[in-house]
Write a protein that binds this ligand. Structure first.
Ligand code: CS2
Length: 481
């Protein structure tokens, strides 16, 4: 069936200046829109070649529409629609890794951006180091010319650019990792060193890795979203994305030759140091999100909006921010953290956004260190009471055990799911289970795992959840504020 006229382009696709790894919903609700607006405002050949490292799904939905798609803004007062045309083409890496490397080595491509989720970097979340035992990394070291992983593609493309005398691209990580530019630089250098010390030195000297803070709540698109768009607008768009009105992008202005779209014309903030913004966002938003995901799921809530519509959880969030998270967040210039968190609660409440607790609960082993464990470690070191954080981490363990409070199985999605399940199954009581989880070094830094207060606090929280249920524990904590 030909695409609806409203989805076809009035102008040819823009010339490509950016290759982007990870064409999922977040990228289409975020990077692609800012970039479209920057080109509208200031011009520039910054069309995007989006690359899927896994499935062909997004390409198969976008290609018949000439890569145009609809952005649906879900505001509490009603939806807004807009067709986005900044994606010029989509490649599927497993089908043709050479085509992807060709795109990445084109001289006119000046930026390689990425939204590949935490696990896409094949690193150990607790240390930031590349996992040399990762099957994909092993494959890429054995066969660098046909990579399968992000580090494999980035290092091979940079090696080819260097060999051809082409300036490197700027690597722009847009995932929720701590110090994401620095972390990805470390991973890429680990990978390069495993191949060739000279190449690693060249990358260290020549390639820029600006850090970014990215923020827009974007649940996975459902068939219901596609149907609702069709009902409202009269056309089907299989590649539409739904997201909240809010968006914030803070970027370190450190690009090779200064080559980048005029994103500031679209409202992107450029900062010399992104770290305070990043820490604020990861700890306040994502930390609370993960806490709500595990405790909310165990309490029978399907979405974040449902969870915070439950007064005990809204009080729990306020407690968590005021007493446990904000004291562990350095204040970015010009930001009122209490107001930031109050606004977060309103964003979480948006009833038009159906963001499933199950979706946010995914990949906890990759998310917890930067979202909850750093805050927890800082709290313990400062001698602060951190009952809410302990409850959230204990709820993750309970969730990763694989059975809900009614005895039904949980579909736990996590690259370490097997190890998490074994930690749960290998012990009988809360203390034994906590000890087994804390021994997972990919997740828990050694010093933190050895802290007797952490061990005791988590054991008590997990015991409480198992005896009384997650909801009772949340109520108990919320009642104390
Ligand atoms: C969420 C994030 O899925 C998750 O883990 O916490 O995707 C969150 O919605 C975004 O980071 C908001 O910017």
């Amino acid at each position: 069936m030909p695409a609806d006229a409203r989805l076809s382009r009035s102008a040819p696709a823009p010339k490509v200046g950016i290759v982007h790894l990870g064409p999922g919903a977040f990228f289409r609700a975020f990077n692609a829109i800012w970039t479209e607006e920057a080109m509208e405002a200031e011009g520039g050949d910054w069309g995007i070649c989006a690359v899927s490292l896994n499935s062909a799904g997004v390409r198969d939905r976008l290609a018949p529409q000439g890569c145009a798609y609809t952005s649906v803004t879900l505001a509490p007062e009603g939806p807004g629609y807009r067709v986005i045309g900044s994606i010029a083409r989509v490649l599927v890496a497993p089908e043709d890794p050479s085509a992807v490397l060709d795109a990445m080595t084109a001289p006119e491509v000046r930026i390689l951006s990425m939204t590949v989720t935490e696990k896409g970097y094949c690193h150990e979340p607790a240390t930031g180091r590349l996992r040399r035992d990762h099957p994909g990394i092993r494959a890429d070291l054995a066969n660098p010319g046909a990579p399968v992983t992000v580090p494999g593609f980035v290092v091979e493309a940079l090696a080819r650019r260097r060999a051809a005398g082409t300036a490197p691209f700027t690597v722009l990580c847009c995932d929720n990792l701590p110090h994401n530019g620095r972390t990805v630089r470390g991973v890429i250098l680990d990978m390069a060193r495993a191949r060739d010390a000279d190449l690693a030195e060249w990358i260290a000297a020549e390639v820029r890795f600006p850090s970014t803070m990215v923020d827009r709540i974007t649940p996975a698109t459902t068939p219901g979203d596609v149907a609702a768009l069709a009902a409202a607008q009269g056309y089907r768009d299989e590649a539409c994305v739904v997201h909240e009105p809010f968006r914030q992008w803070v970027i370190e202005d450190d690009f090779t030759d200064g080559a980048r779209p005029a994103w500031e014309a679209a409202g992107v903030q450029f900062a010399r140091d992104v770290a305070p913004f990043e820490t604020m966002k990861l700890r306040c938003l994502n930390g609370a999100h993960s806490a709500l995901a595990y405790l909310g799921y165990l309490s029978g809530h399907e979405t974040i909006a449902d969870t915070v519509a439950d007064d005990a959880f809204a009080d729990f969030c306020r407690h968590l921010w005021t007493h446990e998270i904000i004291p562990a967040v350095p204040q970015p210039e010009g930001v009122d953290l209490a107001a930031y968190c109050a606004a977060l609660l309103e964003r979480f409440r948006n009833p038009a956004i159906r963001h499933r607790t199950w979706q946010i609960a995914m990949d906890g082993s990759q998310k917890l260190p930067q979202r909850l464990l750093g805050t927890l470690a800082d709290g313990l070191a400062a001698g602060r009471a951190v009952p809410g954080l302990l409850l959230a981490v204990a709820a993750w363990m309970r969730y990763a055990g694989g059975t809900d409070e009614a005895g039904a199985p949980i579909d736990v999605r996590d690259p370490l799911a097997g190890r998490l399940r074994a930690a749960w199954d290998g012990a009988e009581d809360a203390e034994g289970r906590v000890a087994a989880f804390l021994a997972i070094e990919d997740v828990f830094p050694r010093a933190l795992a050895a802290d007797p207060d952490l061990r005791a606090g988590l054991s008590a929280a997990l015991d409480g959840i198992c005896r009384h249920g997650a909801h009772a524990m949340v109520r108990r904590l919320a009642g104390t504020t």
